[in-house]
Design a protein around this ligand. Structure first.
Ligand SMILES: [Ca+2]
Length: 318
């Protein structure tokens, strides 16, 4: 009908932001559309607030070690199995990856589909990351705060199946980005915890491949790199990247991502070398990120939350 056609014309003009009250005769339509837009924006804000408070509740629930007590003699090889057996709140659990000589206490992140075994967390700089080979091997820090899970554990985890790593990053303006790599694998200590990974997806840029500037791949890529610490130099640089950049990492010559670097509290920093918590393709070498979380999950992880459950949890409180 003519009415419908007129509405569609107004809608197109509205979408292109070219509509004017006087000339197009869309005044009524425009007001209605603006009203609908405002309503949707308010609904979105409400949902974001609800999500935020749900996240806060989860964080508070994490402050006790209930999970670890619940799973004493563990049959779970990772947090994905913990999740599948019904433990769906984030917190501390015991797992035993195949090949691991003993059970390992880990932080399971049950958000974003659940089942993530967290291998690294930086949030406020309380933990020093300029550590020795043996400390990176065994892991260090506080599982409820900042920590490194340990290269042996990461090796056992990533070689018992096909794992993805998800890297969640946040800057000091509250912007969040992520990078995810399939087939993330860390070799054993004999092979100096050599790193390999597959395809990238994400919003933070593919720092690990270093492919954002082709001529730099040779020295910027972390593919196939061995792990280095200040006391064990396995990089491709004539000097010692770990010593200069003050953290253990899979350095090349030296890096385009250095998530174990120095924690600078203000983001932008100046130093004699790019030693901050760096993810080059997003904020460059001279910006040190506020938050870095690295977590592992098998690619075939099944999330249990049904669409109905999601709908219910997103419903704004009345
Ligand atoms: Ca070297």
């Amino acid at each position: 009908s003519t009415g419908t056609r007129h509405r569609i014309t107004c809608l197109i003009l509205y979408c292109h932001d070219t509509v004017t009250f006087a000339s197009d005769g869309c005044g009524g339509e425009l007001a209605q559309l603006r009203q609908q837009e405002q309503l949707l924006k308010r609904q979105l804000q409400k949902q974001e607030l609800l999500l935020r408070s749900l996240q806060l509740m989860t964080q508070q629930g994490n402050s006790n070690d209930a999970g670890a007590d619940q799973v004493q003699d563990t049959q779970h090889a990772d947090c994905s199995q913990v999740y599948s057996s019904g433990f769906q709140s984030s917190g501390l659990y015991r797992i035993r990856p195949s090949g691991s000589p003993s059970a390992v206490k880990v932080y399971c992140d049950m958000t974003e589909g659940g089942g993530w075994t967290v291998l690294q967390r930086r949030v406020n700089g309380t933990e020093a990351f300029n550590r020795s080979w043996i400390e990176y091997k065994d892991g260090f820090g506080d599982l409820n705060a900042e920590f490194w899970l340990g290269n042996d554990n990461v090796h056992f985890l990533t070689t018992q199946g096909n794992y993805s790593v998800k890297i969640n990053l946040e800057d000091f303006d509250g912007h969040q980005r992520y990078a995810e790599y399939k087939n993330f694998q860390v070799a054993n200590e004999k092979e100096h915890y050599r790193l390999s990974f597959g395809d990238y997806v994400g919003t933070a840029g593919d720092a690990l491949t270093g492919s954002y500037q082709v001529p730099e791949v040779k020295w910027a890529s972390h593919q196939g790199m061995k792990f280095s610490t200040y006391d064990q130099d396995n990089d491709n640089y004539k000097g010692n990247c770990a010593q200069e950049d003050k953290g253990g990492w899979w350095f090349n010559k030296c890096h385009s991502a250095n998530l174990n670097g120095v924690y600078y509290p203000n983001g932008h920093y100046s130093a004699s070398t790019d030693d901050g918590v760096v993810w080059y393709p997003w904020r460059g070498w001279w910006y040190s990120l506020k938050t870095s979380i690295m977590k592992l999950r098998p690619v075939d992880h099944k999330t249990h939350l049904t669409n109905d459950q999601v709908a219910v949890s997103l419903k704004p409180p009345s």
